[in-house]
Design a protein around this ligand. Structure first.
Ligand SMILES: C[S@@+](CC[C@H](N)C(=O)[O-])C[C@H]1O[C@@H](n2cnc3c(N)ncnc32)[C@H](O)[C@@H]1O
Length: 327
């Protein structure tokens, strides 16, 4: 893991070490990654957590941050998207080989980048080879996974970028592999299926597709998730007394994105400041965007019995707003 030391200069001009920032590796470029939220989520994982489950893994931003901090003993990564989980398998099981393959593709593209992207995309659509997928994600517009109705990856290259430099990509792949080695299970399937063996001493972090993209024909994600089905799944998880954290929609200003999860689930809702909406700024309005985070009652009971210094500090600094009771 790369550590970045943060210094402040004192009045006598001496430098004082005030903290050590962890550089978390991110080998998979991914639209909708929760990198920005990962440190906050880690604060909500109680000590002595056995396994951290991430059943909507995507680029696994929270698992990587939790592994770097030692927030759980072991990890379970799952996503319904098979090529993505094959890519995670390649990162964990043969990182040096994957980094070599990426480097070869990256070098071979030089001078005919657009044509080369199209050739790799056609090959990926035949073989689902993980190295091709990684190259496509590194080069495509907004790192967005898009498929057509025939199930073919159809996003276009971003011609302003060549994709991560091979040395940077190698560092990210090797470091992620080191963090996950010997303590991570990789699964592929529906989120509820992947949680069948979750127990009370584990924690589950869920980041399902936003309600807005969960229509039946969903071009952004391989599969959306209907609101009512998700609520039914959560009811089962709460009944099993599992500790879970959900990141689900939010609001910009006073405009809610999607419906709130129902009070009958007994969840606590927190809002986390995500930043200023660029769209709203373009329209001449200043609106902050907040992400809704829901905590299960079993998780809250575990957190209540442990000191929550960093989390409480974040609340006090106004980075988190805590709601009284259930929204
Ligand atoms: C918002 S993204 C997760 C992003 C992730 N938190 C990150 O940091 O990159 C949602 C993910 O859920 C997956 N997904 C959609 N429906 C699913 C289901 N029923 N079961 C498991 N995964 C699903 C999608 O393939 C997508 O990767």
């Amino acid at each position: 893991m790369r550590l970045q030391h943060v210094y402040a200069t004192c009045s006598n001009n001496e430098s004082l070490l005030i903290g050590v920032k962890m550089k978390i590796p991110h080998p998979i470029p991914y639209q909708g990654s929760k990198r920005w939220l990962a440190a906050t989520i880690c604060e909500l994982i109680p000590p002595n957590t056995n396994r951290l489950f991430e059943p909507f893994a995507g680029s696994a931003a929270v698992t990587l941050a939790a592994a770097a901090r030692g927030s759980a003993e072991r990890f379970v990564l799952n996503d319904v998207h098979a090529p993505l989980m094959e890519l995670w398998r390649a990162i964990s099981e043969r990182p040096a080989e994957l980094a070599d393959q990426y480097e070869r593709l990256w070098n071979d593209q030089r001078g005919r980048e657009q044509l080369f992207f199209n050739e790799v995309r056609a090959e990926f659509n035949k073989s689902h080879d993980p190295a091709y997928f990684l190259y496509l994600l590194a080069r495509c517009v907004k790192a967005a996974i898009r498929y057509n109705t025939k199930g073919e990856f159809n996003n276009s290259p971003d011609n302003r970028r060549l994709g991560a430099n091979p040395a940077t990509m190698r560092r990210n792949i090797l470091e992620a592999a080191r963090l996950l080695r010997d303590k991570t299970q990789i699964r592929c399937g529906d989120y509820l299926e992947s949680l069948k063996d979750a127990r009370e001493e584990d924690v589950i972090f869920m980041d399902p597709p936003y309600q807005g993209v969960s229509k039946e024909r969903d071009a952004r994600y391989v599969r959306g998730l209907a609101f009512d089905d998700f609520c039914e799944g959560l009811k089962q998880l709460a009944h099993r007394k599992l500790s879970f954290i959900i990141s689900y929609d939010g609001r910009t200003g006073d405009r809610e994105h999607g419906k709130l999860l129902p009070a009958s689930l007994g969840l606590e809702r927190i809002e986390v400041l995500a930043g200023r909406s660029t769209q709203e700024t373009l329209l001449g309005r200043r609106s902050e965007t907040y992400e809704s985070i829901y905590l299960s009652s079993s998780l809250l009971a575990r957190l209540d019995s442990t000191p929550r210094t960093a989390f409480e500090n974040a609340v006090n600094r106004g980075q988190l707003s805590l709601f009284e009771g259930v929204h």
